[in-house]
Design a protein around this ligand. Structure first.
Ligand code: PGA
Length: 261
């Protein structure tokens, strides 16, 4: 059976408003030939770019996401961005618990859970990121880490709400400059652990519907192999996606392999 592909990028603290709009324009026109019923293409730019990016993203059939969000609607929280503010921008997706939020800014699973609940309350799709650190992997506790990140992060969400939840598996040791991409066998095993946990939380049917994306040093060399693993429904790409031309090459490769056959 053909799988719907979920492919997207988070541009982190790169790309100004102008650069983001140009990137979306170029990416949209380079991928115009691909049926969006079969491809969920998303871009998660900086907050300041969201408003301008929304018009272009819509015209280019690219789903727009925010990199983070407060769990409060309003209040005395200097530097935070509320769901009400994001609603105004046309964002559909909210990235929650990216490894850089957890490990540089100290967010924990309870915080991610509040954000997941707030995102669902405001009808966003939370993209909850989970993943073990290098030392947790060395200790052999990666399964437990993933299971608890999911069980705490998704606490109090219902099988109905699960229709709107996406998960990204991003091992911390695989992300960014200096990261080593996970091998396909390893990533696939971890995706199976995630799938089993989602089934446990929501039941088989709802748990099976949630897309699980792999992220962490995805590039032109490893993307094809990763996407063919059974429980890998998509790829969440950083550096290799920030040039629209290269990103489009990866996307076309994946489409060829998954959708044409
Ligand atoms: P990377 O980033 O592809 O540059 O490793 C992935 C991510 O942070 O989601």
């Amino acid at each position: 059976m053909q799988k719907k592909l979920y492919i997207g990028t988070n541009t982190k603290m790169y790309k100004t408003i102008r650069q983001t709009v140009a990137f979306l324009d170029e990416l949209g026109s380079l991928t115009r030939d691909i049926d969006r019923n079969l491809l969920e293409l998303f871009v998660i730019p900086s907050y300041t770019a969201l408003d301008a990016a929304a018009r272009t993203a819509q015209a280019q059939a690219i789903t727009l996401g925010a990199q983070n969000m407060s769990w409060e609607d309003e209040g005395q929280f200097t530097g935070e961005v509320s769901p009400l503010m994001l609603e105004e921008t046309g964002v559909r997706l909210v990235c929650i618990g990216h490894s850089e939020r957890r490990h540089i800014f100290g967010e924990d699973d309870e915080v991610e859970n509040k954000k997941v609940l707030a995102a669902l309350r405001h009808h966003f799709t939370p993209l909850l990121c989970v993943g073990e650190t290098a030392s947790q992997k060395e200790l052999g506790i990666q399964n437990e880490v993933l299971r608890s990140q999911l069980k705490v992060g998704l606490h109090d969400t219902s099988p109905e709400q699960a229709r709107h939840i996406w998960i990204a598996y991003e091992p911390v040791w695989a992300i960014g400059v200096g990261g080593t991409p996970a091998g396909v066998m390893y990533a696939s095993r971890m995706h199976t652990v995630i799938r089993q946990t989602l089934r446990e939380i929501y039941g088989g049917e709802a748990g099976d519907r949630i897309p699980i994306l792999y992220g962490g040093s995805v590039n032109n060399m490893n993307a094809r192999e990763l996407i063919q693993a059974p429980d890998i429904d998509g790829l969440f790409i950083g550096r290799s996606a920030w040039d629209a031309d290269n990103f489009s090459r990866i996307i076309h490769d994946l489409v060829d392999i998954c959708l044409i056959k």
